[in-house]
Structures are given as structure tokens and as C-alpha cells.
Design a protein around this ligand. Structure first.
Ligand SMILES: Nc1ncnc2c1ncn2[C@@H]1O[C@H](COP(=O)(O)OP(=O)(O)OP(=O)(O)O)[C@@H](O)[C@H]1O
Ligand SMILES: [Mg+2]
Length: 327
């Protein structure tokens, strides 16, 4: 039997819009005459690790403070886990863990005691399992050994880890982490990246802000780039990286032949120095075709690479700015 009657068209496949963990539209927040967050439309699919990127002062923390209801928006809408905010705050926020600048910990008690205070003040937490939750959260952030040290004696990295532990006391559907690797050493940074991956593989959506693009490039599935309060680019990491034009780089002693062959193919090839390498923007040309042509012309290849710009280079090309503080 034919699946469809002759002449009938196959039905359009119905692809439902992916459920979103977070969506904002036109989100705006001013401080005096400065627009710190300027009509931002965030789209964060469920299950994503969303890298919220931008240089210092670009509006990341302000956006996050609005999302968490710590400050109000001047305009725009927020939908979190499918609910309008801040209207549904009491229902939604218990499912959202957050780490933001300067979490309020008590300086004269230990890290573990600080978590205990937070846990008992959480009406949704079962007091019988409090100790277990605290031990697990401390272990997850690598703070077990320093659990008994007073908070005021914590290093910056330890404070940051305790903030993360606080966000992890309860299982969450959405985690919002503002610069979680601030103050962490390279090992701590790697651990936080692994923690983020682990949380995401358990089904938690993670929005993580950073001014260190290379750090996020290693973990994010999606990115949003802020510059001067505006969201200048957003999408899957793959799509955003694909914005960058690939460049071919050929190391060869036969510079002139290589340049001639590549120019014949329509590439604007040039040698970077007297000994090469020869580079050209590839555009849509397949690298295999270039390699084949070079080999056929007896160009000796020491190496042949394709470079794609990284997130930071893309940011610079999108905004025309260096990755500097704008204001
Ligand atoms: N409470 C405030 N009063 C006045 N201006 C503020 C306030 N909070 C933030 N701003 C300004 O808003 C802009 C955005 O700041 P925000 O803290 O959101 O940036 P950020 O992207 O988080 O930067 P960083 O990477 O340094 O953390 C900055 O110009 C900042 O000076
Ligand atoms: Mg910030």
C-alpha cells in the first residue's frame, strides 16, 4: 500500500516549538540616563548550557538581577519555566538556583553553618535531610575540606564555591550563575565546567554569564553576546561560530606556486611572511579541493590547516569593538 494517495502531498511535519527555560522580550533596565539593559530578547531552551557573554559593564549582571526579581525592569517581559515573571515568582523561584555577585553569607560562621542557615530558611526543604544535602553540596563544589572554616577566612575561590553550593542545595530546573569562575584558579575553573556539564546532563538548564569567552566556548551549547546593554548575537554555539569565515593556512617551501594555484581557484591568497605561510579566506570552497589542487601542482605541503575565528574574534567582528569596557 502506498503511504499517501497519488497526487496527495505528504503532510507537513509538525515540529512543536522547543520548550523554553527562559524567554525575555524587550527587557530593559535603566540607571538614570544609562540604559544598562536595552530591549534584550533572550531565548534559552530547556536543557541548554547558555553562555551569557559580554565584556565588563555590558549588562549581564543587571539582566540576571532582573530575572531573579532582585531589581525591577523598566520595560519588557520575562517568562521563566513557562510562567510569567515576576507574577509567578513564588511558584517558579524555588525551582531556580542562583549564584550572583556578593551573595550574603555570614562572615563569623563556617561555610557549612552558612549552608545550614540557608537550608533551614527554605520552607520547601525537608529538615530531616538537611545534613545530607549540605554534605552533598559541599562535596560537589570541592569544599568538603574547608567546610569547617569561618567564611571570613575563605579565599575568593572558596567563597565562590560556597555560593555555588548554596545554589545546589536543592535540585533545580534552572540554574543562573553569574561569573561562577570569578576568582577560581585554572583547576577550579575546570571543576566548575565539569560541574555545569554534569548538572546539564541531569536535565538542569544552566545560564552562565562570563566575560571570558574562551572559557564558555568549551562548555556552552548556546550563547548570547551582550555589548553595551544590547544582545548582539544569540544562537547555538555551532551557529554562532559558523558566522566566522574560515581561513586556510598552508605551510610550504613552494610559496609562489601555492599562491598562484590558489589564486587560480579564485582565492585571495597571500604569504604572511617571506617564509609563509600562505593564507586565504576559504569562503564556501571545500578545503579538500584546495589540497588536491596544491598536490597536483607538486606543491610540497608541510602542513595545511583551516582556522575558524573563536567567540572573542567573532565578538570583535560583530561589534566592531575590542572586548573592552564601553562605559
Ligand atoms: N545600581 C546601579 N546603579 C547605577 N549603574 C549601575 C548599577 N548597576 C549597574 N550599573 C551600570 O550598568 C552597566 C551594566 O552593569 P552590569 O553590572 O550589568 O555589567 P556586567 O556585564 O555584569 O559587567 P561585569 O562583567 O563587570 O560583571 C554598567 O555601566 C554599570 O555601571
Ligand atoms: Mg557582572
Amino acid at each position: 500500500m502506498q503511504p499517501f494517495a497519488a497526487g496527495a502531498e505528504a503532510p507537513e511535519p509538525i515540529t512543536p516549538a522547543p520548550p523554553l527555560a527562559l524567554r525575555t522580550s524587550g527587557l530593559t533596565r535603566r540607571f538614570g540616563d544609562q540604559v544598562a539593559v536595552d530591549a534584550v530578547d533572550l531565548i534559552v531552551p530547556r536543557g541548554a548550557i547558555y553562555g551569557f557573554l559580554g565584556p565588563n559593564g555590558s549588562g549581564k549582571t543587571t539582566t540576571i538581577r532582573v530575572l531573579l526579581g532582585l531589581i525591577s525592569a523598566d520595560a519588557g517581559e520575562v517568562e521563566m519555566l513557562g510562567h510569567p515573571m515576576p507574577r509567578a515568582s513564588t511558584r517558579v523561584l524555588p525551582r531556580v538556583g542562583a549564584l550572583i555577585e556578593g551573595p550574603a553569607f555570614h562572615p563569623y560562621i563556617t561555610g557549612a553553618q552558612n549552608l545550614r542557615r540557608l537550608d533551614v530558611s527554605d520552607a520547601t526543604a525537608n529538615p530531616a535531610t538537611s545534613a545530607e544535602r549540605i554534605t552533598t553540596a559541599l562535596a560537589r563544589v570541592g569544599l568538603t575540606a574547608a567546610a569547617g572554616k569561618k567564611y571570613r577566612n575563605y579565599s575568593l575561590g572558596m567563597k565562590q564555591r560556597l555560593g555555588l553550593a548554596a545554589a545546589l542545595l536543592q535540585p533545580r530546573d534552572l540554574l543562573i550563575l553569574d561569573e561562577p569562575t570569578n576568582g577560581l584558579d585554572p583547576q577550579g575553573t575546570r571543576e566548575v565546567r565539569k560541574l555545569i556539564r554534569d548538572l546539564a546532563s541531569d536535565g538542569t538548564t544552566v545560564l552562565v554569564s562570563s566575560h571570558l569567552l574562551s572559557e564558555i566556548e568549551q562548555v556552552a551549547t548556546h550563547v548570547g553576546m551582550m555589548a553595551g546593554g544590547k544582545l548582539v548575537r544569540q544562537g547555538t554555539l555551532q551557529d554562532v561560530l559558523a558566522d566566522g569565515a574560515p581561513t586556510i593556512r598552508v605551510d610550504t617551501p613552494d610559496l609562489e606556486t601555492a599562491i598562484a594555484v590558489m589564486q587560480q581557484m579564485g582565492l585571495e591568497a597571500a604569504a604572511l611572511g617571506p617564509d609563509g605561510p600562505v593564507t586565504a579566506r576559504l569562503g564556501s570552497m571545500a578545503v579538500e579541493d584546495v589540497a588536491n589542487a596544491l598536490v597536483h601542482a607538486d606543491v610540497r605541503l608541510h602542513s595545511l590547516n583551516v582556522d575558524r575565528p573563536d567567540l572573542e574574534e567573532l565578538f570583535v567582528s560583530i561589534t566592531g569593538e575590542g572586548f573592552d569596557v564601553l562605559r
